[in-house]
Design a protein around this ligand. Sequence first.
Ligand code: 28F
Length: 651
Amino acid sequence: MTEVQHLTYTEDDIQVLEGLIAVRRRPGMYIGSTGSRGLHHLLWEIVDNAKDETLAGFNDKIIVTLYKDGSVSVEDHGRGIPTGMHKSGRPVPEVIFTTLHAGGKFGGGGYKKSGGLHGVGSSVVVALSKWLEVEIHREGLIHKQRFEYVVDEDGSEHVGMPVTELTVVGKTKRTGTTVTFLPDERVFTTTRFDYELIRDRFRETAFLLKGLRLVLIDQRGAEERREEFYYEDGLKSYVAYLNEGKQTLHPIVYFDGEKENIYVELAFQYNDGYAETLVSYVNSVPTNDGGTHVTGFRNGTTRVFNEFARRKGFLKDKDANLTGNDLREGFLGVLSLQMADVQFESQTKDKLGNEEARTLVEQIVSEKLGFFLEENPEIGKLLIEKAIRSAEIREELRKQREALRGDKKGKGAKKRKSISEKFAPPQYKDPKRNELFLVEGDSAGGSAKQARNSEFQAIFGLKGKPLNTEKAKLSDILANEEFRTILEVLETDIGDESSFENCAFDKIIIMSDADVDGSHIQALLLTFFFRYTQPLISAGKLYIAQPPLYQVKKGGKKPESVYCWDDSELEQALKKLGRGAEVVRYKGLGEMNPDQLWETTMNPETRKLIQVRLEDLAHSEKLVTVLMGDKVPPRREWIESHVTFEVGEDE
Ligand code: 28F
């Protein structure tokens, strides 16, 4: 409707554009990476602005549409960005989309962003896009403005150039903001938006912001795909979703409270499992490593449960208090905070640092949970009795372990020469360097023992399928020879947080065949590590080895050989070696000789490892439940298509 025209620039405008050029030059500084994650950061940035309008109380709908040309739009039904003049003499939307960190410049009435890579500002999205259009419905009128990345004939570069003025293009009955943009393929290694990733994020957002409707539309395929998320019951629905397929012990408990501008919401429901799941958020940003709010929550619940147990006579004067560990078994809950001036403790922004959150969350939880237990004493009784049973089992196991340790120091030690036949230890003790390979199958285990650098690499040979820890009782897991030995070798103890920090190995590497049995073994081990040694995963110590799928060989005067990890590498290798090349397809680790195994899979200089990351606790939680639980029949297909949790790009 409006003609594209280049506007004239003032000195100030040029200053502004130089800011955006900085973004263009070093995108990683603003969005973390230029891979898929960075690409999606652009989208989250715009969606976050729409979410903020929801938190401000004015927006109940967000629609994201993925278009055939690679662009994406985000539409909200909020008040619409103000269209008046900014004190700089330019319209407010233009300032927002062309000024770096525009958010901060407005001060006062603006909303507090959560920090981290969130809230870098809409201008960053403009800077890394070929074009961006904003459409604002406000005061009965539709306003539009377009920005582009422009390179002039003389090669000079204009980042985020407003190529139209803010223009009225029609009339409207609603209000809201729509932003459409096309990420620049010169910036990103991939510009394809991931439908499943956006869908999972939308589901999570819908749980956290009750009453908000999120719609995802994908027009890229032959047929349009569309999903909608809306949860009237918010966190309660979230807990029901995470506990789906599990045996639960009581109706979902929900409460919220506010103190000194910190708003706390909690929903939980125990299941008959043994693991604890607490998914926590601050301003709807996941805090996977917890932080002060989680500590406050734990202190509060432990204290209130103990007070209740004493008052009702479940604990006698002579009895020790129930510990956090006793109370955690089978707990599944979501804790969500809204607060201003968020500070994160860690570089990764996964751990809340605000001290005031500890005391305020503890107070709110104590008060509300205390009240709940008074009102529902039968649920209180059930949970206390469960915790007392846990305490008894824990005590029993502690005695068993102590007996075992005493045994090793004494005469028994001589009889038991090594920890286990299946374990080949490294020569030197170096927790910062040592690697433990968990290897599927006897023959591969044998090869790996010969192949390894025994200075720092240890081998543990797995016999058959490990125990499914998702369905087993804690006492059975601790009695299980295989897992007990693994824990012993790692020098870690389930339920002893400090032992994980002192783990004897720097890397734990799962090495299994690239077939269905191999991925099942992988999934079983991941389940164990996820459920019972989560701090090791958070610390980035868990890896999956990647044996090659093919070897391309050519004989003759100058024999050559290339290993390939996927079909495109195979294609390239065949081209490179030309006629007469022969392809060996590896079906299992056992088919490689020790030299080959070392070179392709174990040598730190040449191997490919995938680090298992806990990107998203809730997602991993759901995956483990579906994969390993006994309530969901199509497990096999799941394992084949979703081999691991969140296996990150090995950056
Ligand atoms: C698709 C992305 O960005 N939605 C937005 C608003 C609403 C206001 C606003 C945004 C106030 C003074 C800076 C409206 N009326 N969706 C969005 N919706 N920004 S972004 O204000 C911006 C600040 O300048 C808004 C009254 N107050 C605020």
